[in-house]
Ligand binder design. Structure first.
Ligand code: SF4
Ligand code: SF4
Length: 289
């Protein structure tokens, strides 16, 4: 039985929430200070979504399994996103805060606000909560688990913040060696921005000093199906005058997959994991029998 919140210290409440998150399947969890989002655009900070916000509680997990990374069939990863599971856990933590401790707890929506901006960047929250650090390829990487999905909830409950990592996870030592020898890293070599890809950057003294990312190009590859695919297919269907061709579009495997991915992963689904597939962070965990 949980003690009344007013008699518990912030450290104890945080300990209970971390244990609750771990029991619910989180591989990592942490707390960011709600006032530490100054680098985020105005209108997209925790207090803009929940007035009086004090903390942002972040949970991470639901990552692809080792076998998912091993499958040579690219379409497998395209249709097997598990990001909704971490969002479900985030909601359970939010319920826990409201019911057990009597503070507001608002889950950051996993969808996007106007201009395709996140309501509050969950990736930034994960960094500020010390769950990992932003990689040159974009995703926040955790040192022990590599790529994973995150969910963040904003709360008026004051909790001790964990703060960002002092020692970034990316670039991994193997990537620094590769950079020193070849001027690239596994992810940059997979999707080089100057050769039709989306990623570029620079590493100096073992630290990322520059990143380049072609978001528009990546979107056309990483969100081929899901909502953008649906919008594209819908437009093509509406514009097609020929009945037979219209039926072909509607029954095509591309459109079917779009519908699949939209129902499979309610809010978002990436279809291209190639930059993460080659990332060495937490790679031993991918090598099973
Ligand atoms: S997700 Fe795919 S397209 Fe996007 S940066 Fe990574 S490898 Fe390139
Ligand atoms: S492969 Fe992974 S660790 Fe290496 S530079 Fe790219 S994102 Fe960073």
């Amino acid at each position: 039985m949980t003690a009344p919140a007013e008699r518990m210290s912030a450290d104890n409440i945080k300990g209970e929430l971390l244990a609750f998150a771990a029991k619910g399947g989180a591989l990592v969890a942490g707390v960011a200070d709600a006032n530490a989002f100054g680098a985020a655009p105005e209108g997209h900070r925790p207090g803009d979504l929940l007035p009086g916000a004090k903390s942002v509680f972040v949970v991470g997990g639901a990552q692809p399994r080792a076998a998912d990374w091993k499958s040579p069939h690219a379409s497998f990863m395209e249709t097997s996103s598990t990001s909704d599971r971490i969002n479900a856990l985030g909601l359970r933590v939010a319920n826990q805060i409201e019911r057990n401790y009597g503070y507001y707890a608002l889950m950051v929506p996993a969808g996007v606000d106007r201009g395709r901006q996140p309501f509050v960047s969950v990736a930034f929250a994960a960094e500020l909560a010390g769950c990992g650090s932003k990689s040159i390829a974009g995703p926040v990487l955790n040192r022990d688990h590599g790529f994973m999905y995150y969910s963040a909830l904003i709360t008026t409950l004051p909790l001790p913040a964990d703060g960002p990592l002092e020692d970034p996870v990316c670039p991994a030592p193997a990537c620094v060696d590769m950079w020193d020898e070849h001027g690239t890293t596994p992810c940059l070599a997979t999707c080089p921005i100057d050769e039709g890809g989306c990623l570029g950057g620079c590493i100096k003294d073992g630290r990322i000093t520059e990143t380049r990312y072609d978001r528009a190009r990546c979107t056309t590859r990483a969100q081929t199906y899901w909502a953008p695919g649906f919008q594209q297919a819908l437009q093509a269907t509406l514009e097609e005058k020929d009945d037979a061709k219209r039926r072909m579009i509607i029954n095509s495997s591309g459109f079917t997959r779009t519908l699949w991915s939209m129902t499979y992963s309610n809010v978002s689904q990436g279809q291209c994991f190639e930059c993460m597939r080659v990332c060495p962070v937490a790679r031993p965990k991918h090598d099973l029998r």
